[in-house]
Design a protein around this ligand. Structure first.
Ligand code: SAH
Length: 461
Protein backbone atom coordinates (compact mmCIF):
# COMPACT_ATOMS: atom_id res chain seq x y z
CA UNK A 1 0.00 0.00 0.00
CA UNK A 2 1.61 3.27 -1.11
CA UNK A 3 -0.88 5.51 0.66
CA UNK A 4 -3.05 4.88 3.68
CA UNK A 5 -6.65 5.82 2.90
CA UNK A 6 -8.11 7.96 5.65
CA UNK A 7 -11.12 10.28 5.76
CA UNK A 8 -10.36 13.72 7.15
CA UNK A 9 -12.78 15.87 9.10
CA UNK A 10 -12.11 19.31 7.64
CA UNK A 11 -15.24 21.04 8.83
CA UNK A 12 -14.39 24.64 9.78
CA UNK A 13 -10.70 23.92 9.24
CA UNK A 14 -8.66 26.60 7.50
CA UNK A 15 -7.20 25.21 4.28
CA UNK A 16 -4.98 26.92 1.74
CA UNK A 17 -5.10 26.54 -2.02
CA UNK A 18 -2.15 28.03 -3.87
CA UNK A 19 -3.04 28.95 -7.44
CA UNK A 20 -5.86 30.89 -9.08
CA UNK A 21 -6.77 28.84 -12.17
CA UNK A 22 -9.32 26.21 -13.13
CA UNK A 23 -7.59 23.36 -11.34
CA UNK A 24 -7.28 25.39 -8.16
CA UNK A 25 -10.98 26.18 -8.45
CA UNK A 26 -11.85 22.48 -8.59
CA UNK A 27 -9.71 21.68 -5.56
CA UNK A 28 -11.21 24.59 -3.69
CA UNK A 29 -14.73 23.38 -4.52
CA UNK A 30 -13.83 19.94 -3.21
CA UNK A 31 -12.55 21.36 0.07
CA UNK A 32 -15.69 23.47 0.37
CA UNK A 33 -17.82 20.35 -0.04
CA UNK A 34 -16.03 18.90 2.96
CA UNK A 35 -16.91 22.01 4.97
CA UNK A 36 -13.43 23.55 5.03
CA UNK A 37 -12.73 27.28 5.26
CA UNK A 38 -10.78 27.92 2.09
CA UNK A 39 -8.27 30.63 1.42
CA UNK A 40 -6.86 30.98 -2.09
CA UNK A 41 -3.41 32.45 -2.50
CA UNK A 42 -2.66 33.76 -5.98
CA UNK A 43 -1.67 37.05 -7.59
CA UNK A 44 -5.11 37.06 -9.21
CA UNK A 45 -8.10 34.75 -9.56
CA UNK A 46 -9.46 33.13 -12.69
CA UNK A 47 -13.15 33.30 -13.49
CA UNK A 48 -14.27 30.26 -11.46
CA UNK A 49 -12.42 31.23 -8.30
CA UNK A 50 -13.41 34.86 -8.70
CA UNK A 51 -17.03 33.67 -8.68
CA UNK A 52 -16.43 31.58 -5.54
CA UNK A 53 -14.81 34.65 -3.97
CA UNK A 54 -17.62 36.96 -4.96
CA UNK A 55 -20.11 34.54 -3.44
CA UNK A 56 -18.18 34.75 -0.19
CA UNK A 57 -17.28 31.07 -0.26
CA UNK A 58 -13.50 31.52 -0.39
CA UNK A 59 -11.16 34.19 0.86
CA UNK A 60 -8.56 35.57 -1.54
CA UNK A 61 -5.05 36.55 -0.53
CA UNK A 62 -3.39 38.33 -3.41
CA UNK A 63 0.31 37.72 -3.80
CA UNK A 64 3.01 35.17 -4.51
CA UNK A 65 3.79 32.25 -2.24
CA UNK A 66 6.24 32.64 0.65
CA UNK A 67 6.97 29.95 3.28
CA UNK A 68 5.29 31.86 6.08
CA UNK A 69 2.01 31.88 4.15
CA UNK A 70 1.40 28.37 5.48
CA UNK A 71 1.09 29.57 9.05
CA UNK A 72 -2.22 28.56 10.62
CA UNK A 73 -3.55 26.16 7.97
CA UNK A 74 -4.61 22.54 8.44
CA UNK A 75 -3.47 21.55 4.97
CA UNK A 76 -2.38 22.99 1.65
CA UNK A 77 -2.98 22.17 -1.99
CA UNK A 78 -0.62 23.55 -4.62
CA UNK A 79 -2.34 23.96 -7.97
CA UNK A 80 -0.29 26.47 -9.90
CA UNK A 81 1.11 25.99 -13.38
CA UNK A 82 4.52 27.09 -12.11
CA UNK A 83 6.49 24.01 -11.08
CA UNK A 84 8.98 26.06 -9.05
CA UNK A 85 6.14 27.46 -6.95
CA UNK A 86 4.59 24.00 -6.55
CA UNK A 87 7.93 22.62 -5.37
CA UNK A 88 8.40 25.50 -2.96
CA UNK A 89 4.96 24.89 -1.44
CA UNK A 90 5.71 21.18 -1.09
CA UNK A 91 9.07 21.80 0.58
CA UNK A 92 7.71 24.41 2.97
CA UNK A 93 4.77 22.20 3.93
CA UNK A 94 6.98 19.19 4.51
CA UNK A 95 9.29 21.23 6.71
CA UNK A 96 6.25 22.03 8.86
CA UNK A 97 4.86 18.48 8.61
CA UNK A 98 1.73 19.98 7.13
CA UNK A 99 -0.24 17.69 4.79
CA UNK A 100 0.39 18.82 1.22
CA UNK A 101 -0.99 17.88 -2.15
CA UNK A 102 0.57 19.06 -5.38
CA UNK A 103 -1.74 18.53 -8.32
CA UNK A 104 -0.46 15.85 -10.72
CA UNK A 105 2.86 15.49 -8.86
CA UNK A 106 2.49 12.43 -6.63
CA UNK A 107 6.19 12.57 -5.76
CA UNK A 108 5.67 15.96 -4.09
CA UNK A 109 2.53 14.93 -2.20
CA UNK A 110 2.16 13.76 1.37
CA UNK A 111 -1.48 13.01 0.58
CA UNK A 112 -3.33 12.43 -2.66
CA UNK A 113 -6.95 13.04 -3.53
CA UNK A 114 -8.79 9.90 -4.58
CA UNK A 115 -11.58 9.60 -7.12
CA UNK A 116 -14.74 9.57 -5.07
CA UNK A 117 -18.23 8.20 -5.26
CA UNK A 118 -20.42 10.27 -3.06
CA UNK A 119 -23.67 9.12 -1.53
CA UNK A 120 -23.40 11.27 1.57
CA UNK A 121 -22.87 10.14 4.25
CA UNK A 122 -21.38 7.23 2.30
CA UNK A 123 -18.16 8.02 0.50
CA UNK A 124 -16.19 5.54 -1.57
CA UNK A 125 -12.65 6.55 -2.45
CA UNK A 126 -10.54 5.00 -5.22
CA UNK A 127 -6.86 5.64 -5.70
CA UNK A 128 -4.13 4.22 -7.90
CA UNK A 129 -1.51 5.75 -5.65
CA UNK A 130 -0.76 8.24 -8.42
CA UNK A 131 0.15 5.43 -10.85
CA UNK A 132 -2.82 5.91 -13.14
CA UNK A 133 -5.48 8.45 -12.25
CA UNK A 134 -7.36 7.48 -15.43
CA UNK A 135 -7.61 3.87 -14.29
CA UNK A 136 -8.86 5.02 -10.90
CA UNK A 137 -11.47 7.14 -12.64
CA UNK A 138 -12.59 4.22 -14.83
CA UNK A 139 -12.97 2.10 -11.74
CA UNK A 140 -14.84 4.91 -10.07
CA UNK A 141 -17.28 4.99 -12.99
CA UNK A 142 -17.92 1.29 -12.59
CA UNK A 143 -18.49 1.60 -8.87
CA UNK A 144 -20.73 4.57 -9.50
CA UNK A 145 -23.09 2.29 -11.41
CA UNK A 146 -22.94 -0.37 -8.68
CA UNK A 147 -23.89 1.80 -5.74
CA UNK A 148 -27.60 2.65 -5.83
CA UNK A 149 -28.39 6.35 -5.66
CA UNK A 150 -30.48 5.80 -2.53
CA UNK A 151 -27.57 4.50 -0.49
CA UNK A 152 -27.01 7.87 1.11
CA UNK A 153 -30.55 7.92 2.45
CA UNK A 154 -30.20 4.32 3.57
CA UNK A 155 -27.09 5.23 5.55
CA UNK A 156 -28.85 8.26 7.01
CA UNK A 157 -31.74 6.07 8.14
CA UNK A 158 -29.30 3.62 9.72
CA UNK A 159 -27.70 6.52 11.57
CA UNK A 160 -31.09 7.51 13.00
CA UNK A 161 -31.56 4.04 14.50
CA UNK A 162 -27.98 3.26 15.34
CA UNK A 163 -27.99 4.02 19.07
CA UNK A 164 -31.29 2.26 19.70
CA UNK A 165 -30.23 -0.85 17.82
CA UNK A 166 -26.96 -0.83 19.72
CA UNK A 167 -28.80 -0.68 23.03
CA UNK A 168 -31.16 -3.45 21.97
CA UNK A 169 -28.88 -6.17 20.55
CA UNK A 170 -25.63 -7.87 21.46
CA UNK A 171 -22.86 -7.33 18.86
CA UNK A 172 -23.42 -10.52 16.81
CA UNK A 173 -27.19 -10.01 16.68
CA UNK A 174 -26.72 -6.37 15.92
CA UNK A 175 -24.59 -7.09 12.89
CA UNK A 176 -27.15 -9.58 11.66
CA UNK A 177 -29.97 -7.13 12.29
CA UNK A 178 -28.27 -4.48 10.18
CA UNK A 179 -27.24 -6.84 7.42
CA UNK A 180 -30.82 -7.92 7.02
CA UNK A 181 -32.23 -4.44 7.37
CA UNK A 182 -29.76 -2.94 4.93
CA UNK A 183 -30.28 -5.39 2.11
CA UNK A 184 -33.71 -6.89 2.65
CA UNK A 185 -37.17 -5.42 2.13
CA UNK A 186 -36.42 -2.43 4.36
CA UNK A 187 -33.54 -1.35 2.14
CA UNK A 188 -35.70 -1.88 -0.92
CA UNK A 189 -38.27 0.52 0.53
CA UNK A 190 -35.63 3.21 0.91
CA UNK A 191 -34.26 2.65 -2.57
CA UNK A 192 -37.81 2.96 -3.88
CA UNK A 193 -38.08 6.35 -2.17
CA UNK A 194 -40.49 5.15 0.53
CA UNK A 195 -38.45 6.33 3.50
CA UNK A 196 -41.43 6.67 5.84
CA UNK A 197 -42.49 3.07 5.25
CA UNK A 198 -38.91 1.93 5.74
CA UNK A 199 -38.75 3.80 9.04
CA UNK A 200 -41.95 2.12 10.19
CA UNK A 201 -40.60 -1.29 9.19
CA UNK A 202 -37.42 -0.66 11.17
CA UNK A 203 -39.48 0.35 14.20
CA UNK A 204 -41.45 -2.87 13.89
CA UNK A 205 -38.29 -4.98 13.59
CA UNK A 206 -36.88 -3.29 16.70
CA UNK A 207 -40.08 -3.90 18.65
CA UNK A 208 -40.22 -7.58 17.71
CA UNK A 209 -39.68 -9.34 21.01
CA UNK A 210 -39.15 -12.71 19.38
CA UNK A 211 -35.75 -11.51 18.25
CA UNK A 212 -36.72 -12.57 14.78
CA UNK A 213 -33.15 -12.09 13.65
CA UNK A 214 -31.47 -14.44 16.06
CA UNK A 215 -32.11 -17.80 14.41
CA UNK A 216 -29.44 -19.62 12.50
CA UNK A 217 -29.74 -20.59 8.88
CA UNK A 218 -27.89 -22.53 6.25
CA UNK A 219 -27.11 -21.48 2.70
CA UNK A 220 -26.01 -24.17 0.31
CA UNK A 221 -23.87 -22.14 -1.99
CA UNK A 222 -22.45 -23.19 -5.33
CA UNK A 223 -18.93 -21.79 -5.61
CA UNK A 224 -18.45 -22.62 -9.28
CA UNK A 225 -15.56 -24.61 -10.76
CA UNK A 226 -12.64 -22.61 -9.38
CA UNK A 227 -12.27 -19.15 -10.92
CA UNK A 228 -13.55 -16.70 -8.28
CA UNK A 229 -14.86 -14.47 -11.07
CA UNK A 230 -17.50 -17.12 -11.71
CA UNK A 231 -19.15 -16.69 -8.31
CA UNK A 232 -22.63 -15.22 -8.27
CA UNK A 233 -23.28 -11.91 -6.51
CA UNK A 234 -25.47 -13.75 -4.04
CA UNK A 235 -22.79 -16.32 -3.28
CA UNK A 236 -20.31 -13.55 -2.59
CA UNK A 237 -22.75 -11.63 -0.41
CA UNK A 238 -23.52 -14.70 1.69
CA UNK A 239 -19.85 -15.62 1.98
CA UNK A 240 -19.15 -12.15 3.30
CA UNK A 241 -21.89 -12.40 5.91
CA UNK A 242 -21.19 -15.92 7.12
CA UNK A 243 -20.35 -16.89 10.70
CA UNK A 244 -19.16 -20.33 9.60
CA UNK A 245 -18.19 -21.73 6.23
CA UNK A 246 -18.16 -25.48 5.70
CA UNK A 247 -16.30 -26.16 2.47
CA UNK A 248 -15.28 -28.98 0.17
CA UNK A 249 -11.93 -29.86 -1.33
CA UNK A 250 -13.14 -28.55 -4.68
CA UNK A 251 -13.52 -25.00 -3.40
CA UNK A 252 -10.43 -23.13 -4.55
CA UNK A 253 -8.23 -21.04 -2.29
CA UNK A 254 -8.90 -17.76 -4.14
CA UNK A 255 -12.60 -18.35 -3.46
CA UNK A 256 -12.00 -19.09 0.22
CA UNK A 257 -10.05 -15.86 0.41
CA UNK A 258 -13.30 -14.03 -0.32
CA UNK A 259 -15.01 -15.41 2.79
CA UNK A 260 -15.47 -12.94 5.64
CA UNK A 261 -12.19 -12.81 7.52
CA UNK A 262 -13.72 -13.50 10.91
CA UNK A 263 -15.76 -16.48 9.75
CA UNK A 264 -14.84 -19.91 11.07
CA UNK A 265 -13.76 -22.27 8.27
CA UNK A 266 -14.47 -25.98 8.50
CA UNK A 267 -13.05 -28.39 5.95
CA UNK A 268 -15.50 -31.15 5.14
CA UNK A 269 -13.65 -33.26 2.62
CA UNK A 270 -14.06 -35.08 0.40
CA UNK A 271 -11.22 -36.65 -1.36
CA UNK A 272 -11.97 -39.91 -3.07
CA UNK A 273 -11.79 -42.77 -0.56
CA UNK A 274 -10.53 -40.59 2.28
CA UNK A 275 -13.54 -38.53 3.17
CA UNK A 276 -12.63 -35.95 5.78
CA UNK A 277 -16.16 -36.18 7.17
CA UNK A 278 -18.76 -38.81 6.30
CA UNK A 279 -21.83 -37.28 4.64
CA UNK A 280 -24.00 -38.04 7.66
CA UNK A 281 -21.62 -36.08 9.90
CA UNK A 282 -21.69 -33.12 7.52
CA UNK A 283 -25.50 -33.09 7.61
CA UNK A 284 -25.49 -33.13 11.42
CA UNK A 285 -22.74 -30.51 11.61
CA UNK A 286 -24.84 -28.09 9.53
CA UNK A 287 -27.83 -28.69 11.80
CA UNK A 288 -25.79 -28.16 14.97
CA UNK A 289 -24.18 -24.94 13.73
CA UNK A 290 -27.53 -23.51 12.65
CA UNK A 291 -29.06 -24.41 16.00
CA UNK A 292 -26.30 -22.44 17.67
CA UNK A 293 -27.75 -19.43 15.86
CA UNK A 294 -24.96 -19.19 13.29
CA UNK A 295 -25.25 -18.14 9.71
CA UNK A 296 -23.79 -21.13 7.97
CA UNK A 297 -22.58 -21.19 4.41
CA UNK A 298 -22.13 -24.65 3.01
CA UNK A 299 -19.77 -23.92 0.17
CA UNK A 300 -19.66 -26.52 -2.57
CA UNK A 301 -17.73 -26.78 -5.80
CA UNK A 302 -19.75 -26.09 -8.94
CA UNK A 303 -23.49 -26.32 -8.41
CA UNK A 304 -24.86 -27.82 -5.18
CA UNK A 305 -27.50 -29.82 -7.02
CA UNK A 306 -25.22 -31.39 -9.62
CA UNK A 307 -23.35 -34.34 -8.14
CA UNK A 308 -23.05 -32.28 -4.99
CA UNK A 309 -25.24 -34.22 -2.58
CA UNK A 310 -27.03 -30.93 -1.94
CA UNK A 311 -30.33 -32.79 -1.91
CA UNK A 312 -29.28 -34.93 1.04
CA UNK A 313 -28.01 -31.98 3.03
CA UNK A 314 -31.21 -29.97 2.71
CA UNK A 315 -33.24 -33.08 3.48
CA UNK A 316 -31.75 -33.17 6.96
CA UNK A 317 -32.14 -29.40 7.37
CA UNK A 318 -35.78 -29.53 6.32
CA UNK A 319 -36.45 -32.41 8.72
CA UNK A 320 -34.97 -30.35 11.56
CA UNK A 321 -36.92 -27.23 10.60
CA UNK A 322 -33.78 -25.17 9.88
CA UNK A 323 -34.28 -22.29 7.44
CA UNK A 324 -32.14 -22.79 4.34
CA UNK A 325 -31.65 -21.59 0.81
CA UNK A 326 -29.80 -23.00 -2.17
CA UNK A 327 -27.69 -20.73 -4.34
CA UNK A 328 -26.88 -22.18 -7.75
CA UNK A 329 -23.34 -22.14 -9.07
CA UNK A 330 -21.69 -22.67 -12.41
CA UNK A 331 -21.24 -26.39 -12.74
CA UNK A 332 -17.91 -27.85 -13.85
CA UNK A 333 -19.34 -28.85 -17.24
CA UNK A 334 -20.33 -25.29 -18.07
CA UNK A 335 -17.15 -23.72 -16.69
CA UNK A 336 -14.70 -26.21 -18.18
CA UNK A 337 -16.41 -26.25 -21.56
CA UNK A 338 -16.30 -22.47 -21.91
CA UNK A 339 -12.73 -22.15 -20.74
CA UNK A 340 -11.60 -24.99 -23.01
CA UNK A 341 -13.42 -23.64 -26.07
CA UNK A 342 -15.79 -26.59 -26.40
CA UNK A 343 -19.46 -25.69 -26.87
CA UNK A 344 -21.49 -28.43 -25.20
CA UNK A 345 -24.21 -28.21 -27.83
CA UNK A 346 -23.98 -27.06 -31.40
CA UNK A 347 -26.56 -26.88 -34.13
CA UNK A 348 -24.50 -29.11 -36.42
CA UNK A 349 -22.86 -31.50 -33.95
CA UNK A 350 -24.88 -32.04 -30.79
CA UNK A 351 -28.52 -31.46 -29.97
CA UNK A 352 -28.29 -32.78 -26.45
CA UNK A 353 -25.82 -32.95 -23.62
CA UNK A 354 -25.88 -35.34 -20.67
CA UNK A 355 -24.08 -34.98 -17.36
CA UNK A 356 -23.12 -38.37 -15.97
CA UNK A 357 -21.28 -39.54 -12.91
CA UNK A 358 -18.37 -41.80 -13.70
CA UNK A 359 -17.88 -42.65 -10.06
CA UNK A 360 -17.27 -46.35 -9.64
CA UNK A 361 -19.62 -48.26 -7.34
CA UNK A 362 -17.81 -51.35 -6.10
CA UNK A 363 -15.34 -51.09 -8.96
CA UNK A 364 -17.90 -51.00 -11.74
CA UNK A 365 -20.00 -48.49 -13.63
CA UNK A 366 -23.67 -49.28 -13.87
CA UNK A 367 -25.01 -46.83 -16.44
CA UNK A 368 -27.52 -46.87 -19.26
CA UNK A 369 -24.83 -47.15 -21.93
CA UNK A 370 -27.25 -47.49 -24.80
CA UNK A 371 -28.86 -44.16 -23.93
CA UNK A 372 -25.45 -42.51 -23.57
CA UNK A 373 -23.94 -43.83 -26.81
CA UNK A 374 -26.20 -41.76 -29.03
CA UNK A 375 -25.13 -39.79 -32.09
CA UNK A 376 -25.33 -35.99 -31.86
CA UNK A 377 -25.07 -36.02 -28.11
CA UNK A 378 -22.33 -34.65 -25.89
CA UNK A 379 -21.51 -36.71 -22.81
CA UNK A 380 -19.87 -35.06 -19.82
CA UNK A 381 -18.47 -37.35 -17.17
CA UNK A 382 -17.90 -36.05 -13.67
CA UNK A 383 -15.62 -38.09 -11.40
CA UNK A 384 -14.73 -40.32 -14.34
CA UNK A 385 -10.96 -40.56 -14.07
CA UNK A 386 -10.73 -43.88 -12.23
CA UNK A 387 -13.30 -45.52 -14.43
CA UNK A 388 -12.00 -44.14 -17.73
CA UNK A 389 -11.04 -47.55 -19.18
CA UNK A 390 -14.49 -48.93 -18.50
CA UNK A 391 -16.42 -45.96 -19.72
CA UNK A 392 -14.54 -45.68 -23.02
CA UNK A 393 -14.88 -49.43 -23.62
CA UNK A 394 -18.60 -49.45 -22.77
CA UNK A 395 -19.41 -46.50 -25.01
CA UNK A 396 -17.55 -48.16 -27.91
CA UNK A 397 -19.25 -51.48 -27.22
CA UNK A 398 -22.62 -49.74 -27.38
CA UNK A 399 -22.03 -48.20 -30.75
CA UNK A 400 -20.08 -44.97 -30.35
CA UNK A 401 -17.32 -44.87 -33.02
CA UNK A 402 -13.88 -45.39 -31.50
CA UNK A 403 -12.75 -42.22 -33.29
CA UNK A 404 -15.25 -40.01 -31.44
CA UNK A 405 -13.36 -36.94 -30.21
CA UNK A 406 -12.90 -36.58 -26.46
CA UNK A 407 -11.30 -34.11 -24.09
CA UNK A 408 -9.99 -34.10 -20.54
CA UNK A 409 -10.18 -30.81 -18.69
CA UNK A 410 -8.16 -30.80 -15.52
CA UNK A 411 -8.59 -28.05 -12.91
CA UNK A 412 -10.79 -26.18 -15.35
CA UNK A 413 -11.16 -22.38 -15.06
CA UNK A 414 -8.17 -22.14 -12.71
CA UNK A 415 -4.66 -20.96 -13.63
CA UNK A 416 -3.67 -24.66 -13.55
CA UNK A 417 -6.20 -25.64 -16.21
CA UNK A 418 -4.96 -28.33 -18.58
CA UNK A 419 -6.82 -29.60 -21.64
CA UNK A 420 -5.88 -32.87 -23.34
CA UNK A 421 -7.72 -34.11 -26.39
CA UNK A 422 -7.92 -37.45 -28.15
CA UNK A 423 -10.57 -39.97 -29.05
CA UNK A 424 -12.54 -42.65 -27.30
CA UNK A 425 -9.79 -45.06 -28.28
CA UNK A 426 -6.83 -42.99 -27.13
CA UNK A 427 -8.26 -41.41 -23.97
CA UNK A 428 -7.29 -44.14 -21.45
CA UNK A 429 -3.70 -44.05 -22.72
CA UNK A 430 -3.60 -40.26 -22.46
CA UNK A 431 -4.72 -40.42 -18.85
CA UNK A 432 -2.06 -43.02 -18.05
CA UNK A 433 0.72 -41.21 -19.84
CA UNK A 434 -0.25 -37.68 -18.91
CA UNK A 435 -0.26 -37.76 -15.11
CA UNK A 436 -3.83 -36.54 -15.18
CA UNK A 437 -5.38 -36.08 -11.75
CA UNK A 438 -8.57 -34.88 -10.11
CA UNK A 439 -10.53 -32.77 -10.52
CA UNK A 440 -10.88 -33.67 -14.16
CA UNK A 441 -13.90 -33.53 -16.38
CA UNK A 442 -14.32 -35.76 -19.43
CA UNK A 443 -16.15 -34.41 -22.45
CA UNK A 444 -17.01 -36.83 -25.26
CA UNK A 445 -18.61 -35.92 -28.58
CA UNK A 446 -18.14 -34.27 -31.97
CA UNK A 447 -18.22 -30.81 -30.36
CA UNK A 448 -14.68 -31.43 -29.07
CA UNK A 449 -13.50 -30.91 -32.69
CA UNK A 450 -14.61 -27.30 -32.46
CA UNK A 451 -11.93 -26.64 -29.92
CA UNK A 452 -9.33 -26.28 -32.66
CA UNK A 453 -11.35 -23.50 -34.23
CA UNK A 454 -12.44 -21.88 -31.00
CA UNK A 455 -9.16 -22.14 -29.18
CA UNK A 456 -8.90 -18.40 -28.75
CA UNK A 457 -11.57 -18.83 -26.12
CA UNK A 458 -9.06 -20.42 -23.81
CA UNK A 459 -7.53 -18.24 -21.16
CA UNK A 460 -3.82 -17.59 -21.49
CA UNK A 461 -3.18 -20.08 -18.70
N1 SAH B 1 -21.09 -30.06 -7.84
C1 SAH B 1 -19.95 -30.07 -8.71
C2 SAH B 1 -19.48 -31.45 -9.07
C3 SAH B 1 -18.99 -32.26 -7.91
S1 SAH B 1 -18.46 -33.86 -8.41
C4 SAH B 1 -20.27 -29.26 -9.97
O1 SAH B 1 -21.42 -28.90 -10.20
O2 SAH B 1 -19.34 -28.98 -10.72
C5 SAH B 1 -16.73 -33.64 -8.57
C6 SAH B 1 -16.30 -33.72 -10.00
O3 SAH B 1 -16.59 -32.53 -10.69
C7 SAH B 1 -14.82 -33.91 -10.20
O4 SAH B 1 -14.44 -35.26 -10.07
C8 SAH B 1 -14.63 -33.43 -11.62
O5 SAH B 1 -15.02 -34.40 -12.54
C9 SAH B 1 -15.62 -32.31 -11.70
N2 SAH B 1 -15.01 -30.99 -11.46
C10 SAH B 1 -15.32 -30.12 -10.52
N3 SAH B 1 -14.59 -29.00 -10.62
C11 SAH B 1 -13.78 -29.19 -11.68
C12 SAH B 1 -12.78 -28.40 -12.32
N4 SAH B 1 -12.47 -27.18 -11.89
N5 SAH B 1 -12.15 -28.92 -13.40
C13 SAH B 1 -12.46 -30.13 -13.86
N6 SAH B 1 -13.39 -30.92 -13.30
C14 SAH B 1 -14.05 -30.46 -12.23
Amino acid sequence: MDFLPIFLDLREQPCLVVGGGEVAARKSALLLRAGARVTVLAPQLGAALAAQGAAGRVAHRAGSFRDEDLEGYALVIAATSDQAVNRAVAAAARARRMPVNVVDQPALCSFILPSIIERAPITVAVSSGGASPVLARLLRARLESLVPAGYGRLAALAREFRDRVKARFAPAERRRFWERALQGPIAELVLAGRDADARAALEAALADTRLAFSGGEVSLVGAGPGDPDLLTFRALRLMQQADVVVYDRLVSQPILDLVRLEAERIYAGKERAKHALPQEDINQLLVRLAKEGKRVVRLKGGDPFIFGRGGEEIDTLAAEGIPFQVVPGITAAAGCASYAGIPLTHRDYAQSVVFVTGHLQDGSLDLNWRALAQPRQTIVFYMGLLGIDQLCAQLAAHGLPAGTPAALVQAGTTPQQRVLTGTLRTLPGIVQAGGVHAPTLIIIGEVVRLRERLKWFESTA
